[in-house]
Design a protein around this ligand. Structure first.
Ligand code: MV4
Length: 446
């Protein structure tokens, strides 16, 4: 097992990794920018190295400084968390060539799944159903028009070099096609450094249901069930739950088997998530694979009772995955509490938290780095806390979430707490009859 892990991240996920390391008896070193001098991950790590000024490019994205921090603290592994460098293949490569274990899949694996067109092709070869779409990237208007007409509108143009919604365009007819094709390419170039795009049939109504997988160095791959992440705003997930209200046992079995087959086909190592789209006829299609631990991992931890961070670190250290069958029980829901103003288009609301009350009670979990007096910096993402609840049934989980949100007090900045309270009271959410169009139909006025 590792003696010391350098955590190349910040905020709640850095704290989460510190906790897992402490339980495994592993020392922790963290990096921080000047804006995070008073952050909790600095306070609770065994060692902390300031690596630069606030901008991410000068700190959490600066590979030489992070490697230097690992060297001076004598770390033997690096945990990238999520975001920042978590899915950067050259970072994984540089860690390996610096004699550090990168806690995640290999650089080749990150590159393969990072090329969304190649990922689709790979899953197709592994006989995992894939969202109907173009055969690889489309490089000119003629190709994109042929693909779109073959698929039938609406279609979605997506960046091959990036996921998570950036550079995506939904196209409803031929007239919009040329402009959307150009815009998608320009945005893809700006966001990911490559203008390559591919086309998919836009499946709606549909549900975003993802399967958590874990692979060890001995070729074993297991899955931990699904998370429904259909409630997204501009491709930012806001509410996640497990099990999905849409999925029955037979579909869960088939999706889990498909996810494991896809991960096995590429000898997947570490924590990964296979994202599917499920239509109302319960057909499921591979969309993309994330090669990192995700923000919403606690939802799976609460229904399976498995610490996914300890498992991820253990398999990186060469341990064999337990053969014990994973049997999810009960229901878990996560609400992302962001420092954003839902009454003003969810614009960021950085600033000082003047007072804070964290909810509690049986099976109420809050993963947060916030404290009263904490200054939320404007340089990074707006996630302040993840509120996760677990209960025997979905109804009980919704009511428990509602109560926990009622208790949750954060003053000094705008947050998404009131928005989530309204979601928990919404008719279609409460009866589980929601899909990816939920937020378009959802009206929020305080
Ligand atoms: C899709 C889709 C329907 N059809 N792709 C991709 C990024 C992720 N954040 C959401 N993505 C989607 N990709 C095809 N071919 C539906 C989604 C999607 C979604 C799209 C618009 C508005 C809200 C959404 C919520 C979840 C998933």
């Amino acid at each position: 097992m590792f003696k010391k892990i350098l955590i190349a991240n910040r905020g709640e996920i850095a704290l989460r990794i510190i906790r897992a390391c402490h339980e495994l008896g592993i020392k922790t070193a963290v990096v921080y920018s000047e804006a995070d001098r008073d952050s909790l991950h600095v306070r609770f790590a065994d060692e902390a190295v300031c690596i630069g000024p606030p901008p991410a490019k000068e700190s959490y994205l600066n590979i030489p400084r992070i490697i230097a921090a690992a060297e001076i603290t004598n770390a033997d592994a690096i945990h990238p968390g999520y975001g920042f460098l978590a899915e950067n293949p050259s970072f994984a490569e540089i860690c390996a060539s610096s004699g550090l274990t990168f806690i995640g899949p290999t650089s080749e694996m990150i590159s393969l799944m990072g090329d969304k067109a190649l990922a689709r092709e790979t899953m197709n070869k592994a006989e995992v159903p894939v969202v109907p779409g173009s055969d690889g990237i489309v490089s000119d208007l003629k190709m994109v028009r042929e693909a779109a007409q073959g698929l039938g509108y609406p279609v979605m143009i997506k960046a091959a070099a990036g996921g998570g919604g950036r550079g995506m365009r939904i196209v409803f007819n031929d007239e919009e096609l040329e402009k959307s094709f150009q815009t998608a390419g320009t945005e893809a170039e700006a966001a990911f450094g490559s203008p390559k795009v591919y086309v998919e049939k836009f499946l709606e109504p549909s549900h975003h249901v993802e399967i958590q997988v874990m692979g060890d160095r001995l070729g074993n791959v297991i899955h931990f069930g699904e998370r429904d992440c259909s409630i997204q705003r501009r491709h930012q997930k806001l509410v996640e739950e497990s099990p999905s209200p849409l999925i029955d046992d037979d579909l869960r079995e088939r999706m889990g088997a498909a996810a494991v087959k896809g991960a096995k086909a590429v000898n997947y190592l570490g924590a990964g998530t296979i994202e599917f789209l499920v239509d109302n006829e319960k057909n499921f299609y591979f969309m993309e694979m994330n090669t990192r631990i995700q923000v919403e991992h606690p939802v799976t931890e609460e229904v399976t009772g498995v610490d996914l961070l300890k498992t991820q670190i253990s398999v990186a250290a060469g341990e064999r995955l337990s053969k014990r069958k994973i049997k999810p029980h009960g229901h878990a829901i996560e609400c992302r509490i962001n420092a954003e103003d839902p009454l003003h288009d969810f614009r960021p609301s950085p600033g000082k938290i003047t007072s804070l009350h964290i909810p509690g009670g049986f099976r109420v979990r809050v993963d947060t780095h916030a404290y009263a007096g904490y200054e939320i910096p404007s340089h990074y993402d707006s996630l302040i806390a993840k509120l996760i609840v677990h209960a025997p049934t979905r109804n009980e989980a919704i009511n428990k979430m509602r109560q926990a949100l009622e208790e949750f007090v954060i003053e000094g900045v705008h947050t998404t707490i009131q928005f989530h309270k309204k979601v928990m009271m919404d008719e279609s959410f409460r009866n589980g009859k929601y899909d990816i169009g939920f937020l378009e139909k959802f009206v929020f006025t305080d």
